[in-house]
Design a protein around this ligand. Structure first.
Ligand code: TA6
Length: 280
């Protein structure tokens, strides 16, 4: 993948690695120790100013999807963040973005966004903190739009969402009665008030990915399937089979931050070979 955008590489003593871009504070790769790539990154992804990278973990703020007047999924995923830690730890990085004339033209608020990424042996944790640095309250929706790499999405399931309400754009709210979600066609659901732990079972790769979120109330599950993928210029036609987005999200009830207040939402991912199946 040829790109001029600056990247950061994380390494854990166990052998685990991760990669992130300052562009969007975008984590694009995570290889747990002794394992294989756990994040999907499209072979057709665009790495260009103004574009969001297709795959990895796009940071969605201050607007999820088209839920308001801002560009889809907000604007921080296409801004250049800065590194603010001392680079003294090879397994962690902290990135920051402040409001600027450009962001205030879109959204007239003073904010400081910080992304803390930490790598362990078989886990990766990403925490987004939003600080209202202005003198008036603001509201936002947000997500860590995590693209998980799966061996074959038709053999992958998401466990932990049974009995929960979900929204699909343009349809009445529904309740999921399935013990686990199997992906056999396009899926784009916002599950509301989800439990802090979910399990993605990747039968083809013989592994599970355990997801633990905090601060985010909701979970989005997305796979565009064949037709919508064909319409995406930055994703190859068959790549929908290799990915499943399970996103820690705050969508159902926007966060309101008074002047000076902070909010943090995080997602921790842990890869577990199916033989081990330990808890997080
Ligand atoms: O999180 C799911 C979603 O909102 C889908 O509706 C789909 O459009 C996806 O995000 C990707 O959006 P993007 O703007 O990155 O193409």
């Amino acid at each position: 993948m040829v790109t001029d955008l600056p990247t950061l590489r994380l390494a854990h003593a166990s052998g685990g690695t991760a990669q992130a871009y300052l562009h969007g504070a975008h984590v694009t790769s995570w290889v747990p120790a002794g394992g294989s790539e756990a994040l999907f990154l499209s072979r057709a992804a665009s790495f260009a100013p103004g574009a969001s990278i297709r795959g990895g973990v796009p940071i969605i703020f201050p607007q999820f999807a088209g839920m308001g007047p801002l560009p889809k999924h907000g604007f921080v995923r296409t801004q250049t963040w800065e590194r603010v830690d001392d680079a003294d730890r090879p397994d962690a990085v902290r990135l920051r973005l402040r409001d600027s004339a450009e962001t205030r033209r879109l959204w007239p608020h003073a904010f400081l966004a910080e992304l803390a990424v930490e790598l362990g042996d078989d886990w990766l944790s990403i925490a987004l903190t939003i600080h209202n640095t202005g003198d008036a309250a603001f509201q936002f929706t947000a997500a860590l739009h995590t693209y998980l790499r799966v061996g074959d999405v038709r053999r992958a399931t998401v466990e932990g969402l049974r009995g929960l309400r979900y929204r699909v754009t343009g349809e009445p709210e529904r309740v999921d009665e399935e013990p686990e979600i199997a992906v056999t066609g396009p899926v784009d659901r916002v599950y509301l008030n989800t439990p802090p732990e979910l399990r993605v079972h990747d039968a083809e790769n013989g592994r599970d990915i355990l997801l633990r979120s905090a601060g985010f109330a909701d979970t989005v599950v997305w796979n565009p399937w064949a037709e919508a993928t064909a319409a995406l210029p930055d994703m190859e036609d068959d790549e929908y089979l290799e990915m499943l987005c399970v996103e820690a999200a705050q969508v159902g009830a926007p966060v309101r931050l008074e002047a000076g207040e902070r909010w943090t939402g995080s997602q921790r991912m842990q890869v577990v070979p199916v033989e081990r199946q330990s808890a997080l």
